[in-house]
Structures are given as C-alpha cells and as structure tokens.
Ligand binder design. Structure first.
Ligand code: NAP
Length: 258
C-alpha cells in the first residue's frame, strides 16, 4: 500500500489560532506524515494554543509573526534557516478583514479596509513565497494557500474578503507559473464553511453554513480533518503533477446551480 511519507521534509505553517483552525488540521496531517514543523502565531494570547500542537511534534519552533511586520517575518525565516537549513513546504492559512468590512454594503468599503484585507489575506502570500523560495532545495517545494468560493461568486457579507480571495487565487496561478521551472508547486484549497474564529467573524456565518450543508451533493459540511488531508495530499509528492490549482474541498457545493 502506498502511504504519504514526509520524513526528511520541513514545513512552515502560518495561521494556527486554535484547535479549530484549518492550519491546525493541515499542520497535524503533515506532522503525522513525519514532516518537521515550524509554527507561527499572532498575538501572545494565541501562543499557548499553538504550543499545544507544537508539543505533539517535539522540536517544532513556535514564533510570533504578524505578516505586516517585516521584522517578524525576517525573524521567522532566520529561525527556520537556523533550525531546518531548508524549507520544503509553506502553508499560508491567514486572512483578515476589519469587522465593519464584513457586513453591510460592499460599496462602503474604504481604502483602508481594502488595503488591510488585501495586504494580510493576499499580498502576504506573494511576500512569504518570495522569502520561502530562498530556502527551498533544488528538488523543489510546495506552497499551499486557503481560499473560499466568494472569490468567484457573491456570498452575502463576505464583501472585501471576496476581493482578497480573488487576488489570492490569481497570485496562486501567477506564482505557480513563475516557480514551475524551480519545481516549486503552488496550490490552494477552496474550503467549504468550517466554524473557525475567522469564519465566525462573518455576519450570518451559521445560516450560510447550514445552507451549504443542505445544498452540497454530500449533504453536509466538511470537517477540518478533510481539509487537512487534502492539504497533506497537495503538499506531498502524491500531487507532484499538480500546480496552480484551486482544489475545492466543500462536499461538492461549488458544482451546484439550482
Ligand atoms: P482561523 O483559525 O481564525 O485562522 C486565521 C488565522 O489568520 C489566525 O491564526 C489569525 O490570527 C491569522 N491572521 C490574521 N491576521 C494576521 C496577520 N496580520 N498576521 C499573521 N496572521 C494573521 O480561521 P481559518 O478559518 O482556519 O482560516 C484559515 C484560512 O482558511 C483563511 O485564509 C480563511 O479565509 C480560509 N478559509 C476558511 C474557511 C472557513 O469556513 N473557516 C473557508 C474557506 C477558506 P489571529 O487570530 O491572531 O488574528
């Protein structure tokens, strides 16, 4: 039987806030496949949550990283280089928009709200990729981002985050084309609704999630573990022929018309 074996590989996982985070499920799946892990957290209050996952994989560095702080990003990559010498996998599971930009009329989005959402949720992928490729070995690497259907379809209250996800998905394709010659693959998972901290910041999330569950071909929502397993697959050699792809892990919701 073929099994995913990531022993000897090193991953940097950004975006674990707590046990419900999609980054937690992806990090855990990578760790169980033998991958060495480094984690980041944003804000002291989340450090202890991230430590819980890191303790399961002894020797995993846990570092503070607000992606808008160049000093912290520098610190993260310096530590990864020191501890790991190389980086095979980058997991970008980060998104943020101001609360006031996740409700009401989209046309009320301010330039500041737009900049914040796009900088943290989309530009950070471009910037972190640029830093990560410096540490990726000659045999290549894998970069994974998390997106949502609101990049393509209108979802109430997702507002500026839909614009950020559209930019993120474009960045995935652009980076995949550019980094293909270096054997670095760049993909994203478009996950169905999962009740995480960020998801709960979207007004009406619970109603939206139950609509998804009713309309999806599988008649339910996906679990974080299902997203984690798909992340493991995309980051592993099993997906060596896949790049620039947006893989829906949404119980099939996206294929439905009426
Ligand atoms: P989550 O657990 O809240 O994770 C989001 C992470 O982004 C948090 O760790 C958050 O830290 C971090 N973050 C926000 N601003 C940051 C910054 N400036 N620098 C560094 N980190 C920052 O929620 P999640 O649902 O797992 O989200 C992960 C990814 O999945 C996001 O890209 C999200 O859009 C995507 N996604 C989620 C769903 C869903 O339904 N849950 C569906 C599709 C796609 P703080 O908590 O400290 O802000």
């Amino acid at each position: 039987m073929r099994k995913i074996d990531l022993r000897g590989k090193h991953a940097l996982v950004l975006g674990v806030a707590n046990q419900r985070s999609l980054a937690w499920a992806i990090g855990d799946a990578l760790g169980e496949a033998g991958c060495k892990l480094a984690f980041t957290y944003q804000g002291e209050r989340l450090q202890k949550n991230v430590n819980k996952l890191a303790q399961k994989y002894p020797g995993s560095p846990v570092m503070a990283c607000d992606v808008t702080s160049e000093e912290q990003v520098d610190g993260v990559f310096a530590r990864v280089e020191k501890d790991f010498k190389k980086l095979d996998i980058l997991v970008h599971s980060i998104a943020f928009a101001r609360q006031e930009d996740l409700k009401g009329d989209y046309r009320d989005t301010t330039l500041e709200g737009w900049r914040t959402a796009l900088e943290i949720s989309a530009f950070s992928l471009v910037h972190l990729t640029n830093r990560a490729v410096e540490l990726m070995p000659r045999e290549g690497g894998s970069i994974l981002a998390l997106t949502y259907l609101a990049s393509q379809k209108v979802v109430p209250n997702y507002n500026v985050m839909g614009s950020a996800k559209a930019a993120l998905e474009h960045a995935v394709r652009q980076l995949a084309a550019e980094l293909g010659p270096e054997k670095i693959r760049v993909n994203a998972i478009s996950a169905g609704p999962v009740p995480t901290l960020s998801a709960r910041g979207i007004s009406g999330f619970t109603g939206m999630a139950s609509h998804h569950a009713k309309a999806a071909p599988l008649g339910r929502n996906v679990s974080p573990q299902e997203v984690g397993d798909a992340g493991l697959f995309l980051c592993s050699p099993m997906a060596s022929g896949i790049t620039g792809e947006i893989l829906f892990v949404d119980a099939g919701y996206n294929i439905m018309g009426v």
